[in-house]
Each structure stands twice: as C-alpha cells, then as structure tokens.
Design a protein around this ligand. Structure first.
Ligand SMILES: Cc1ncc(COP(=O)(O)O)c(C=O)c1O
Length: 378
C-alpha cells in the first residue's frame, strides 16, 4: 500500500474553467472574470463584507499588517504553534511577536493567557483556527475591545468553518484564507484577505496594487492612477482564480467528504478503549458549530511512541506527518520574539502530534487498521 499524506480533489469542472480561461480570458488577475466570480462566491457564501484574492495566505497576512500601519517595536500576540507566516507578516513591519501557549483541548490559542501578555506596546491579537476548528471568538473580541487591539483571524485552514453562526475569517477586523495545495480548497498557491471593517478597504486596495490607486482606476472612479503608499504585488492571477472558482463551486462537497472521513477517524480513535490510553485527540468546543475536516491528529503520550508510530506507518506505506515546529524555539523566533507564558502544551504538540492522511478518496479504513495494529504494540 502507498497512501500519500495529501492529495487535492480536482474535477472536470476545474479543468473546463482553466481551459476556458487559457483560451478566452485574460490571464492576469485583479478585476478579471474568474477573480470577480470567486470574490462574489466568497462574499455570498461566507458572508464576508469585502475581500481581495492574493497570491497566498502569507501575502494576505502581510497586507493586514500593512493596513494596520504597525510600527517597529509594536507587539503582536499570537500562538507559537502556527505556520511561520502568522508571525513573519508582522516581523516584516518591525513588530515583536509575543508567544502565548495553546489549549490542550483543540490546540487553539489559550485566550485565558492573553491578558497577562498585553503591554503598552501591544497593537494586535492574531488567532489561528487550528485544523479549521474555531477559537473562542467572543473571548477574543472582548479582549481586543477592552485593550483596543486589532483582531486578525488567520483562517488559513478554516474555509467554510464556523464560530456559532458566523464564518471564520469574517469575525475579526481582518481575516486570511489559504488556497495552498495542502488546503481543502486550492488553486496551488493562493489566498484571500477578508476585510470586515469598511475603513480598511481603501488602504488594503492600495497596498494590494503595488502602492497605487489602480483599483479605483479600473473601477472608473479616477481617470489616472499613481503612487500613493508602500505596496507590493499581491494579486492572484486570473488563471489561478479560474481553478479556484471550480474548487469554490465544489466547496460544500469537498468539505463534507472530508468531514465524513474526519468523523470516521474520530469515532474510531475515540471509541477503541485499548488504544486510547496511548494518545489524546481533539475535543471540539460547542461554539465551533461547523468545521471543515481539515486535519485529524493524534497526540501520543511521549516522543518515543510518536516517532515509532511515524516510522512504522511509513514502513507500511502510509505517509503520516508531524506539524509545526514551535516558533518560540526556532532560531529566528528566539531572536525576534518574546514568550509570555509556559509553553508546555505547544512544546508537547510540537513533539508528539501526528496527522493522518485526510483527503477525499483516502482509504481511511486501511489507515485505521494499520494504525491500531501499530499503536497496540507501542
Ligand atoms: C495557520 C497558517 N497560516 C498561514 C499559512 C500560510 O499559507 P500560504 O501557504 O497560503 O501562504 C499556513 C500554511 O499552511 C498556515 O497553516
């Protein structure tokens, strides 16, 4: 058997849309047909006020930091158990990342530890919805209101997931999606910045268009465009957007299929009494009313068990994978960041978390069988 860790779900619908774009449409992005159709889909289906398609979630996060006009020395609070871009976007503006531990239950930021990390220099809170499962957004919003902080949702993994009846990414001041090849909905490399406050839209559009007001020009609002501020090239090509459009149109089916696999894993790994003493799994909070089955993890009791499990699963032909290396312990994280609490849960996740393959069509039964045989012997 060989089961890859990840595989995108691309259908004839996407192939037809890409072909049509290649033969009949402009290839550049901005206000092109497929890009506009993707934005319409995102706004209507995820109830997002405004958004811009970007070349990645990284670029969307960088835009959010630009829009907030952060200055060198400003502090931004975030988890350490995340992708490097969640921190880098702010470090690029000269900010100091302040790392806070995560919750044992779902590996999302431990919001009970955030207030003690706030100083006079704190300007923003960045939450990550790990595995597409929502943070406690009410708690996050209340903290931001009390201390006048901007709230950014790194919803890289959370397209289609909800907090109560709100879609993730649409709740904070700004949000960021990823459409990278490893995500549920993909166009290879891509993302979106979700702008939930009117006052940020114009600024975001200018940074997005290399620091010019070209978007206003293409909308016919000004007769010429010129250089207004700093900016860079963040625009997703129309070619990539046509692939994304097909994926978005199939988003409900893709996410539902993944959720069915996630539920199978969850039932299996939570009910097997002889196995459950060796690991723990995610406990989904009630406010995370809908999630997208982005990933399924086991956290083993110790490093030895974890590494043995990975080795044996790979020998069986099944690609399982660890996840983040905590940022606070990385060479650059140590240099530019500050740790504000014990990092016990973060470090444990870094050492002992293993993700199972999860994609539409994956042979989950084979994976569960192989896992249970190996875990029994650990
Ligand atoms: C939480 C988080 N934020 C940001 C990113 C960056 O996404 P992209 O590759 O689209 O830049 C990732 C990538 O996996 C991620 O997991």
């Amino acid at each position: 058997m060989y089961i890859p860790f990840n595989k995108s779900d691309i259908s004839e619908i996407e192939l037809d849309l890409v072909k049509k774009t290649l033969l009949k449409e402009k290839l550049e992005g901005g206000r092109s047909n497929s890009s506009e159709a993707c934005i319409k889909y995102l706004k209507e289906n995820f109830l997002i006020q405004d958004c811009l398609l970007t070349t990645s979630c990284t670029s969307a996060l960088e835009l959010s930091a630009l829009v907030l006009k952060l200055n060198p020395g400003d502090e931004v609070i975030l988890p350490s158990y995340t992708f490097v871009s969640s921190a880098n976007a702010f470090v690029l503006r000269g900010c100091k990342p302040v790392f806070v531990d995560i919750r044992k239950e779902d590996l999302n930021l431990n919001l009970d530890l955030v207030e003690q990390a706030i100083t006079k220099k704190t300007k923003a809170l960045v939450v990550i919805h790990y595995g597409g499962i929502s943070c406690d957004m009410k708690k996050a919003k209340n903290i931001c209101k009390k201390y006048n902080l901007a709230l950014i949702e790194d919803a890289a993994q959370a397209v289609g997931s909800k907090y109560k009846d709100l879609f993730l990414g649409s709740i904070g001041d700004m949000g960021a999606y990823s459409f990278h090849g490893t995500k549920n909905i993909t166009c290879g490399e891509g993302g979106a910045i979700l702008i939930n406050k009117k006052k940020y839209l114009n600024k975001a559009q200018i940074h997005y268009e290399k620091g010019t007001n070209r978007l206003a020009f293409s909308l016919g609002k000004v007769s010429k465009y010129n250089w207004r501020d700093i900016g860079s090239s963040h625009i997703l090509s129309n070619f990539s957007a046509s692939l994304l459009l097909g994926q978005l149109r199939r988003e409900k089916v893709i996410n539902e299929t993944r959720m069915n696999i996630w539920n199978d894993y969850n039932d299996f790994f939570s009910s097997n009494k002889s196995l459950i003493t060796k690991y723990r799994i995610c406990s989904v909070p009630t406010y995370a009313t809908k999630h997208n089955g982005h990933l399924f993890f086991l956290i083993f009791n110790n490093k030895k068990m974890t590494n043995n499990f990975i080795k044996k699963m790979r020998e069986e032909g099944c690609e399982v994978s660890k996840h983040y290396v905590p940022l606070h312990n990385s060479p650059f994280g140590k240099k530019v960041g500050r740790v504000s609490s014990s990092m016990k849960v973060t470090e444990n996740a870094g050492d002992c978390l293993v993700r199972l393959p999860l994609w539409p069509g994956v042979e989950a039964k084979k994976i569960m069988l192989a896992s249970s045989k190996i875990i029994n012997k650990l």
